[in-house]
Design a protein around this ligand. Structure first.
Ligand code: FPP
Length: 246
């Protein structure tokens, strides 16, 4: 474990948890074995994030594109979600985690939808960590849904074209009530955004690592935090050195 203290911590970390399948196949096991191990890695990571005092974590658990996977794998993933809802929510609640699901949940069966709603309700007063779990989520769909609501407001005369600002559009998007991610992590070696939080990560620091998600935990998180602390965030402005020499 690193003994350096990162100088600055992100308030909001977003993670694409990639590499479950390869982790399992590398062990001669079915991909679903990797998802189970991925679920354990998520628990470890939540603990590590809380220990570091980071208040917001958003994870990509199931994308709209994941329905293209073999039915057995999709079923295993949905079973894991249900198991987590039945088993892990109580523990998360006891530790002060507020759970929120983002994405289009209409496609899920009633049991899963009820489980999600109950988890949100049960934990809604918690403040130690805001955990957003993206299920059947797509960044583009999020933007399209926001645009549809804006268009409906315009059609009924409740919004003039010149009043459509970034802030106004942002209000219609998921996670509008939270600061955007400071740090975006993708495990598993691929350097892609995969349609996750496209609008919200406009100025996030991007961190890609080769660690396969089931191997992720406190140590890998610390490496990401140290890297983050070394970045200079300019949000389109100038670095402090350039400002002084301008
Ligand atoms: C990507 O790995 C991972 C997923 C599609 C699912 C993520 C799900 C979990 C971590 C399970 C736990 C979640 C909850 C909320 C209980 P991949 O299968 O694409 O891996 P590969 O790139 O090696 O094929």
């Amino acid at each position: 474990m690193a003994d350096r203290e990162p100088a600055q911590l992100p308030r909001h970390v977003a993670i694409v948890m990639d590499g479950n399948g390869r982790w399992a196949l590398g062990r001669g096991k079915p991909r679903s074995f990797g998802h189970q191990a991925g679920s354990d890695a998520l628990k470890r990571t939540i603990e590590a994030v809380m220990r570091r005092g980071i208040p917001i974590l958003t994870v990509f658990a199931f994308s709209c594109e994941n329905w293209r996977r073999p039915r057995a794998e999709v079923r295993k993933l949905l079973d894991l979600f249900l198991k987590a809802l039945n088993k892990d929510v109580r523990e998360l609640d006891e530790h002060g985690v507020r759970i929120n699901f983002i994405g289009d949940r209409k496609v899920f069966n009633q049991t899963l939808r009820d489980g999600m709603a109950q988890a949100e309700q049960r934990t809604c007063g918690n403040t130690a960590l805001q955990l957003n779990v993206a299920v059947n989520y797509s960044g583009r769909s999020d933007i399209v849904a926001a645009a549809q609501r804006i268009a409906a407001a315009a059609a009924t005369g409740n919004l003039a074209a010149e009043d459509l600002t970034e802030q106004r559009l942002n209000q219609e998007l998921t996670l509008a009530h939270l600061p955007p991610p400071d740090l975006f992590i993708r495990t598993g070696g691929e350097k892609r955004l995969s349609n996750f939080l496209l609008w919200q990560i406009a100025y996030s620091e991007l961190y890609f690592c080769d660690v396969l998600w089931p191997d992720f935990g406190a140590e890998a998180l610390e490496a990401a935090l140290i890297d983050y602390a070394s970045r200079e965030r300019r949000f389109g402005g100038l670095s402090q050195i350039r400002v002084r020499s301008a």
